[in-house]
Each structure stands twice: as structure tokens, then as C-alpha cells.
Design a protein around this ligand. Structure first.
Ligand SMILES: [Mn+2]
Length: 318
């Protein structure tokens, strides 16, 4: 059986449903590469849908865990500590979506109390998200949410965190015997387009089209030998955004987002506190951004863009 892989749905239920129309359950397995939830408006519906698919098709449905599933589970476990980082990572939308049918009093609870409510009311959903795998191998293909530690001789020695959070692993040659299909890093950050990205040697395939950021939701149809059969996508503004991206490219050149942030911080001589203040995030969030653990949303891009223009004009004056 071939494999039909989708990643980073992030609560974009409509696009997910549309994309599933291309999936033929008679001919392929369905692999979901994590980040079903957060940022988008219908995380609850996405989780329900995946659970019902799992019920209907059993082992034919495979679900790898993403860092956003981990963020939600950590928030539920220790809401006091993790509420802020989770809500700034799009978790607010997820909780809203989970509580859509809850009584008014529940909707008005504070986030700490809401975590307890979700923990009690949605045990099945949380257990389903918890019981996902950090990676899956099917034939010659290694499926991961983020990637793996590509410096190691043996990929399976990667920390579980690496499979969920790693960035830039594809810059290092993939010396495993597997083709690695991954999401997590929007492909526009790899090849400046939202389409599926394939490395020159064919051993890395990035499929996150950044749907929730106004890109597209991609699906990859691939054989168990790692040969691409077909690609599908549902557009969420990718076409319209191309022009804007061209302008962004001009300013951002080939730097990584973290590199740009650091540059700005140094050029403007801002402390972490000041930098966080300028970006209207807390320091913890800034640290995640600087470590490449979080992807900036559209608002954040705009803010950084503005800061960068600021930096440029400062350069010209001096
Ligand atoms: Mn992710």
C-alpha cells in the first residue's frame, strides 16, 4: 500500500476535509505527521475527525506526535507553568474550540481552571493525542513531525524531543537508509514556496505548506520505497501571498528567522527584555523564537519586518 501523508493541519478543518477527498483508503494508508491542533479555528473538529478515521480504518491510520500536541499536554499537566507559552503558541484557539459547547460559566473560567476542565471532560481525546508515536517507519520511509538528529550515525538515538521540535536537520546529509518525510518547518522557509520540498538527493521531503499562516495544506502520495507518486494541495492564500513574499525575500534574504531576530537585536542593541517588549511577547516566547523552537505567525512576521526596516534606516543614518 502507498502512503498518503499530511502534516501541520493546525485546526484548519475545512482544508483538511477538502484534502482528504484525494485520499483513497482502498489504495493507501493515511499518515498524519502531527500538529493537528493550535492557531487555526477548529482544532477540536480535526482531532474528532482523526479519531473517527482511526476507528473506521484502524492500523491504516498512523498518527505521529507534533510539538503542538506536546504543548497542549504539558499545559494540561502543569497549567500554571505552561499556560503562557501554550496560549502564545496558538493554544488559546484550541481551548476555545474544545470548549465551544461548554456552559457559559466554563468559558469564563481562568486558563488554569479550564485546563482542569479539559482534563476531566476530554480524557479520550487527550489519551489519543498522548498515544501518538514520535516517529514511524514504513518500508524505506521514516515519517517524523519535525525530523531527527541527522548528526547521529543512528537516527533512533535522537531524543524524543528532536523528533518533535528539531529545526534545520535537513541541512545535514541524511545518511540513514530511509527517506525522511517531515513537517513542522513550513517549506516556504526552505525553498520559498509552499509546495512540497524534496532535497537534491531525494532523502528529505518537507511537506508543511504553512496552511495556517496563509499558505496551503499539502498531501504527499508516496510508495513504501520512497518514490513520490503524486502531490495534492488545498490553497489557503498561497497564490495571493506570492507577491508579498517576494518583498519579504528582498529584506530577509537567505537568513533564518532566528538569524534575522538576532541581527535586529544586536543592531538595535536591545536586551532580551526590551526585544521581547518590542515584539509584544514575553521573554520565554522570545527565547523559543530565538532557538527556532517556534515559528512566527503572520503578525509576528509583520512586526519583525517593521523592526528590520527600522534597522535598515538606522544603518543608513550612521
Ligand atoms: Mn510543529
Amino acid at each position: 500500500m502507498n502512503i498518503f501523508a499530511i502534516s501541520d493541519i493546525q485546526g484548519m478543518y475545512k482544508e483538511f476535509e477538502q484534502l482528504l477527498e484525494f485520499w483513497n483508503p482502498e489504495e493507501s494508508k493515511l499518515v498524519l505527521l502531527g500538529d493537528l491542533i493550535d492557531r487555526g479555528p477548529q482544532s477540536f473538529e480535526v482531532v474528532q475527525k482523526v479519531m473517527s478515521l482511526k476507528e473506521a480504518y484502524g492500523d491504516q491510520i498512523i498518527f505521529c506526535k507534533g510539538n503542538h500536541e506536546e504543548l497542549l499536554l504539558e499545559y494540561i499537566r502543569f497549567p500554571q507553568i505552561n499556560r503562557s507559552i501554550y496560549f502564545q503558541s496558538g493554544g488559546r484557539e484550541t481551548i476555545k474550540s474544545f470548549l465551544q459547547d461548554a456552559p457559559k460559566e466554563v468559558k469564563e473560567l481562568n486558563p488554569i481552571e479550564q485546563a482542569l476542565y479539559v482534563k476531566e471532560q476530554f480524557t479520550k481525546e487527550l489519551a489519543f493525542l498522548e498515544n501518538s508515536k514520535p516517529y514511524v517507519i514504513i518500508g524505506d520511509v521514516l515519517f517524523t513531525h519535525a525530523g531527527f538528529e541527522s548528526y547521529y550515525a543512528d537516527f533512533s538515538e535522537s531524543n524524543e524531543d528532536d523528533f518533535l521540535w528539531i529545526r534545520d536537520h535537513y541541512l545535514q546529509l541524511n545518511t540513514t537508509s530511509y527517506v525522511n518525510v517531515f513537517g513542522h518547518t513550513p517549506t516556504r522557509q526552505i525553498h520559498k514556496a509552499d509546495d512540497i520540498w524534496v532535497s537534491e538527493d531525494g532523502k528529505y521531503i518537507g511537506i508543511d505548506g504553512g496552511c495556517v499562516f496563509g499558505g496551503q495544506l499539502n498531501a504527499l502520495l508516496i510508495t513504501q520505497e520512497g518514490v513520490i507518486v503524486d502531490q495534492y494541495c488545498v490553497d489557503n492564500g498561497a497564490a495571493k501571498r506570492k507577491e508579498k513574499m517576494a518583498a519579504q525575500e528582498y529584506y530577509f534574504l537567505n537568513q533564518t528567522f532566528e538569524g534575522i531576530l538576532l541581527n535586529i537585536q544586536q543592531k538595535l542593541n536591545l536586551s532580551n527584555v526590551e526585544m521581547a517588549h518590542r515584539l509584544e511577547v514575553d521573554e520565554g516566547h522570545l527565547e523559543y523564537l530565538l532557538n527556532g523552537k517556534l515559528i512566527a505567525d503572520r503578525v509576528m512576521y509583520q512586526q519583525v519586518y517593521d523592526l528590520f526596516v527600522d534597522t535598515l534606516s538606522k544603518d543608513q543614518k550612521s
